[in-house]
Design a protein around this ligand. Sequence first.
Ligand code: G6P
Length: 614
Amino acid sequence: MCGIVGYIGKRQAYPIIIKGLQRLEYRGYDSAGIALINAKGDLNVFKRKGKVTELIEFSKDLEKEGTIGIGHTRWATHGEPNDVNSHPHYSQTKNLVLIHNGIIENYSSIKEGLIKRGHQFLSQTDTEVLAHLIEDIQIHEKCKLSVAVIAALNQVIGAYAIVVMDKNDPDVLVAAKKGSPMVIGIGDDDYFIASDASPIVEYTKNVVYLEEEEVAILRRGEKLKIKNLKDKEITPYVQKLTIELESIEKGGYAHFMLKEIYEQPRSVLDSMRGRLNPAKGEIKLGGVEDHIKKFEKAKRIIFVACGTSWHAGLVAEYLFEELARIPVEVEYASEFRYRNPIIYAEDIVIAISQSGETADTLAAIAMAKSKGATVLGICNVVGSSIARATDGGSYTHAGPEIGVASTKAFTAQVTVLTLMALEMAKVRGTLSESRFRQLLYEVEAVPTKIEEVLKLNDKLKEIAYTYKDSTNALYLGRGVSFPVALEGALKLKEISYIHAEGYPAAEMKHGPIALIDEEMPVFVIATKGANYEKVVSNIQEVKARKGKIIAVVTSGDKEVKELADICIEIPETDELLVPLIAVVPLQLLSYHIAVMRGCNVDQPRNLAKSVTVE
Ligand code: G6P
């Protein structure tokens, strides 16, 4: 939610910041802005509603010189997306500029105080208030910028990742974070700041992830200085970045989403690599090893997550209950955190998050911890806030996911959750050795089966063409395929803006059936398994009302083929593993429909990849 970039060094800042903003655009893209101080000491600020390309176009003929600068791409919270509300924001004298990711909750009381002291505000944002407050302190206390930033942040309630630049001191950037991510790249004679490592990886692999309530002072020619909000100096912990530049580029694909869909055989494999040994009947999840004993005694598992990650949690509910015979609850993190839920010390709470930064999921973790539960995390982004806030867990190793609609992160999450469920089943002795091994072999075969599904792309494109003008769509599934129906519907609505609903196939009778007519495509996951005949009956019910059935079936299926308008055949697998394979054609269908409708697939309207506000 909002991307921030900063640079100070010997190179020209503008191209570095612009490229960085484009890499961070998945975090927000309703407006963008940049501020630079040139060699003469002038502070130039350009801001524009719209995407970074619009900012580039706007600044085409303007002076963009400067070896220090900050940039921002916005996802609006306070104040509509327009030029004025775009960041960077000025202080009262216009000597300071500030970019911000997060929400300053007490901004209106601070603003009132500043207005009484004569401050005038241009925007409706909470961010501008912070820029004014910092300068107000700087002037009244006659202190350095970093001291004023620390003093101001001590007054602030909320979440922030900020970078501040001072026209009167063009050799320093001051950055700080609480609740929103921030990475600092350390070059040979320069510093980079960004919301994630993607704008930095091209220039340096040495990074410092700022911790909560830390302030970084990046001064030209000096070592990186980090302080906490009590003004105590902290030794920076420099880490080596493991991501490669290629992993954050499109690599010949038209969109990141398509690339990420196609990466799934690899990302699923990477998520199980070194963790699974069917021949020996072993599973090894390093990050949960220390908690294995708790697996044995646990009375309940609670998954907390948002969006697609919540759907992965729903799949996990079936897996853990079926395999490890343990009660499971799956909670929207945003509901859980405000519900005063009953949590026992013997509960295991598992947070699922691609970004590892989702504000509601982080808050749910904090609540679960305060009640004494063991909290594990399943995250994709290494070193993310959720990865650090949890007692243990497993990374998904899907690689950077940039398309706002989550695809490979989902299958990677389900892969890791499957391994975790199997490991728990082993520890709790709820599976026979032969069933355990059979499942391990089946899991191992999933990447090859996804590859088979990807070969259906041309057929899926044709289906997409047939249904691209629909206004509604229904997705049905039963058992472990019900969350797949939810995920299929979410993919379609978020990128193509077609209204779509996912439903348990049998529940359709209690409402959605009223919507069915000859215009309505109904996507049904009707693979072989215990519920097959029941789903066939549900298909009959749709056909009787002239609905169009597009069914995902097991290769070689005959019964559904006779009923459905179109069948998408996927390779056979164990019933419990169907979500990993059946979701792939639904992702591709949504992708093609969105492209055919002229939608911005990677950056759908109003959405952001990483939701760091509650
Ligand atoms: C946003 C993204 C979704 C994602 C959800 C949860 O809504 O657009 O793709 O599923 O946040 O994010 P997380 O990073 O916690 O998985």
